[in-house]
Design a protein around this ligand. Sequence first.
Ligand code: GLA
Length: 655
Amino acid sequence: MSVRRVFASFCVLLFVGGSFAASNSGGKVWLSDLDLSKTQQGWGEPRKNLSVEGNPLKIAGRTFERGLGTHADSLLCIELNGGSSRFHAMVGVDDEAGTRGSVEFRILADGKQIYKSGLIRSNDPAKEVDVDVAGVQMLVLTVDSGNDMNYDHADWADAYFTVTGTAPKTVDAPREEAVILTPKPSPKPRINSARVFGVRPDSPVLYTIAASGQRPLWFNAENLPAGLSLDRATGRITGQLRRPGEHRITLVATNDLGETRKELRLVVGDTIALTPPMGWNSWNCWGCAVDDRKIRDAADSMVKSGLIHHGWQYVNIDDCWMVRRNSDDATVGGPTRDEAGRILTNKRFPDMKGLTDYVHSLGLKVGTYISPGPWTCAGYEGSWQHEQADAQRFAEWGFDYLKYDWCGYGSIVRQPDLEQMQEPYLFMRMCLTRTNRDIVYSLCQYGMGDVWKWGAQVGGNCWRTTGDITDSWGSMSGIGFAQAELAPYASPGHWNDPDMLVVGMVGWGPSLRDSRLTPNEQYTHISLWCLLCSPLLIGCDLTRLDDFTMNLLTNDEILEVNQDPLGEQAHRVTQDNYREVWTKRMEDGSTAVGLFNRDEVPQTVTAKWSDLHVSGKLRVRDLWRQQDMGVFEGAFGVEVPRHGVVLVRLFPAAQ
Ligand code: GLA
């Protein structure tokens, strides 16, 4: 079809539609008649003329026929091209959210804020928005969650444009160029593994020294306690230690260009995961399309890509390795357990022990997943009434990590009180302890009952604090920035878990896509998760890592913030006008500082020494660029791009 014919058909459509105006007739165009799929949001899908959960739009008892139902953090860009004169809407929290929603609506016109609702809570009457948009090219509608993204069902009700020229059109949010900020790792040897490692007495030890630098590299470990031995070529330390205590080992890595040394504190005691676990998990990538081959490929890629040299070590199988209940699909159906009650894998995992042996043979660790309920979230066999047998089986198979996901347990206790929430986790803890294997215990129940307050008491090494993450700015930032209050609950061996990473190619299987996070949003994601001492579980296809994603995952100065032995989770020190400053005290006395910009336009973000509780002249090092910025006193300010971050570390000036 020619351009002219397309244009002619478009005009006819406008005419027939009646509500569209191609000329200066002052026509009304409903927001809900535009393509709403361009909306990015923190949870669920955008809905036309309905709330995010599919109910009629209703704010404080008042029902609206038209509008957009979304969920904070939400973002929609609309190209007006100077064709509209006004935008009207009634905004508020939808009644379906109960009483706990709280959001802020904003409108930006060509980068300038022209409307801000202030905080609106559940049951507040709808606020009327009526703004002049004459001459505006690009309008951006946002809904921000503030500090807590829960129940933030937001309605742009009765929303329409008064159109005098070109019709409005929704478009994708801007995406900046993917700039690699970090220089390539040096060919000289550098040891990147954490400075502390916990093992339990009598458990088998597997510790691979993570070191970057030109190969071949040779390893040494001075003061290695009796019971452990080192493979000098691979850097793997294996063996067993009987007595509790602490050992200070000097790790050494040598290549043709030199030698490097680093002290490792090996703590034999009750606590493992003394730094947040780092690895990969199959869920955000493959979902239920996971199989033995994909796990082996992920493990191979963790080695071949060099991720292993930067401390990445767990390869975790998520849901769907067991047999699916009542399934006609021969690859996942069949008997769920053998006569002895031992759990069976489905046919996509023909030899679980062979698989775990393979992953271990690469110097990596391997994790699994199950639910305390009769079935998992995806409807596969759960551990209900087989807990001890399953823990035993996991240990026999050689697993090093267990994600224990509430899901199907909801059918056992529907409205659990605190004790009922804790019970299945305590029980599996006991079963795992009996196995004499160091299995990182990851609680997954989406933050119910403020799990961060008791996750450590039930023996968890980490606990999910939120629902599932997805690769949108709304989801990632809504979750990440909501972790501020949780800092007191993290400590070595006990970590808040705001869910897995969504950089690289993700998709929840079988088909994958590039993360929808923009490059700056991805820098924000990794920076924030490192500051939060979050477990770092990569969620993308490791066989298809591009240079940008590799850069995100292999900056050792950034990862050091996550792996610092002090294990102190960052605090938010200031929050104003969509700018936030977060700070994390490091073991060596230095301070990591994240300067974040959650706004739609670049902003200068300043960290004041008085807010950070530091003083004097400090050397400021930009960790993504691995570059000193100079010596500063009193404050450090920098321009931060839209949705971006500058992550710095402050050292005494003389250091
Ligand atoms: C839940 C969890 C996810 C994932 C799926 C698997 O939704 O929160 O991380 O494990 O179950 O079904």
